[in-house]
Design a protein around this ligand. Structure first.
Ligand SMILES: [Zn+2]
Length: 242
């Protein structure tokens, strides 16, 4: 086995070259995320940390048949630009970045790619380009968001709020508690309504609701849901590499 790590970037060129020549490395997983506000208590990196973790755990199960690229840390977050610290690309730039990553993998001989989205705002713009990308690249290219792993019944069983993915509510806060608790900054401070300015009225209301439902989060809920996502994604990657 010549591959050194499930993370593409931790391999040497020799490791990748030999795995390609041997035909053992057959697919790449590209996690898509964001750097954006996650309410008062979660880190801007939440989506990236989560989707990267899930992809690596899932790809480990089929190692060395698939590698995971570095997470695309910048996504489409125009709708959160009221919050300083949020970084956004335009949908066109984001789609182009994703395309060029896929094209680089194709040029290296990878003919099967799974894009795994971990930020809601990224989904539609990529979906809109998917057919075009497939035609231009001439490879097997698939797209999913990792929370597609969950049926509505499963969500109802796991979460008191019943909201998934939501934004920084019970679900995402539980995920963070399970895998990177040091990034959860929940305290006794009340929602700073006078300080937070959100232009869109619905988003403003949702923000307060998610602030409240985050209090329902637990590491155990996070573990159960993450495990289900890893199982589901591992099966998808396995099918892709077959
Ligand atoms: Zn998020």
């Amino acid at each position: 086995m010549s591959l050194l790590s499930v993370r593409l970037e931790e391999n040497t060129r020799r490791a990748i070259r030999r795995a390609m020549h041997a035909g053992t490395l057959r697919a790449a997983v590209v996690p898509l995320a964001s750097t954006e506000q996650h309410n008062e208590h979660l880190a801007m990196s939440h989506d990236a940390s989560c989707v990267g973790w899930i992809c690596r755990q899932a790809a480990e199960r089929v190692f060395p048949a698939a590698v995971v690229t570095p997470v695309v840390h910048f996504g489409i977050s125009e709708h959160w630009m009221d919050h300083p610290g949020t970084l956004t690309l335009t949908p066109e730039t984001f789609a182009q970045v994703v395309y060029e990553i896929c094209d680089s993998l194709r040029r290296g001989g990878i003919g099967r790619i799974l894009l795994v989205n971990g930020h809601g705002g990224n989904r539609r713009p990529i979906e809109a380009h998917l057919e075009e990308f497939r035609a231009k690249l001439g490879i097997r290219l698939e797209l999913c968001s990792y929370w597609e792993a969950y049926s509505s019944d499963f969500v109802k069983r796991c979460l008191e709020s019943g909201e998934c993915p939501g934004h920084s509510g019970e679900f995402e806060t539980s995920e963070a508690m399970a895998i990177f608790p040091q990034s959860v900054h929940m305290d006794e401070e009340a929602y700073p309504a006078g300080e937070v300015r959100i232009t869109d009225a619905k988003r403003a209301a949702d923000d307060q609701r998610f602030f409240a439902t985050a209090r329902l989060a637990s590491a155990e809920k996070g573990r159960v849901m993450l495990e289900a996502a890893v199982d589901w994604l591992a099966a998808r990657i396995e099918t892709l590499t077959r």
